[in-house]
Design a protein around this ligand. Structure first.
Ligand code: DX5
Ligand code: ZN
Length: 216
């Protein structure tokens, strides 16, 4: 079980401090949410911020692109130091090419599906995926409620992985708190993104411990 805190809910004026805080608490990845105000109704950060965070941590940077035509920026995020780049199936007509492009920069390739998108839509690119991210809220904002209908998709991805011997990790993102993390773990999730639960707390390391305890 891996934890990937989303810095979307961190203090943007103190990103280095907030990344170190969760690294010291023993998390596995740092989740970076990139939004362009078009694919989702919010704007966050770009490759320059990834580049600035890169030297502040040894942890892999798990970069989640919520932007239209992500192919335009894959090289920039790879060069900025992303270790994983995940692109939405819904954001490009050429998801296969986008995943190939990510791999061509020696970066792990992730494919993401929105709550309304079935697993069927990414079935044919699963051999190319190092990570499959199942959105458990509609992307755009932190602090939303978990959508339980997404659990079936996690189970389906776990089944396909076993059946075909695929190597992807299954990641969940949105509304993750101990109770929903347990449901996702039971369905077969490996990596848990949590933003507001971890950062909107006086002691984020206690929230990380609570998530770990729930997932034990
Ligand atoms: C939503 C982002 C998430 C977000 C999760 O579009 O992809 O990573 O930070 O926030 P919480 O954990 O608060 O639902
Ligand atoms: Zn995310």
């Amino acid at each position: 079980m891996k934890l990937s805190p989303s810095i979307l809910s961190a203090d943007f004026a103190n990103l280095e401090r907030d990344v170190k805080l969760v690294e010291d608490a023993g998390v596995d990845y740092i989740h970076v949410d990139v939004m362009d105000g078009q694919f989702v109704p919010n704007i966050t950060l770009g490759p320059n911020v990834v580049k600035a965070i890169r030297p502040t941590t040894k942890l892999p940077l798990d970069v989640h692109l919520m932007i239209v035509e992500p192919e335009r920026f894959i090289e920039d995020f790879a060069k900025a130091g992303a270790d994983i780049i995940a692109v939405h199936q819904e954001s490009t007509p050429h998801i296969h090419r986008a995943l190939q492009m990510i791999r061509s920069f020696d970066v792990k390739a992730g494919v993401v599906i929105n709550p309304g998108t079935p697993v069927e839509a990414i079935k044919h690119v699963l051999p190319l995926a190092d990570l499959v991210l199942v959105m458990t809220v509609n992307p755009g904002f932190g602090g939303q409620s978990f959508i339980p209908e997404c659990l079936d998709k996690i189970a389906e991805l776990a089944r396909l992985k076993k059946e075909h011997n695929y190597s992807y990790e299954i990641e969940v993102d949105g509304g993750i708190v101990p109770e929903t993390a347990i449901l996702c773990a039971k369905a077969g999730a490996d990596v848990f993104v949590a933003g507001s639960y971890i950062y909107n707390a006086p002691a984020p390391h206690e929230r990380i411990e609570k998530l770990r305890e729930a997932l034990e």
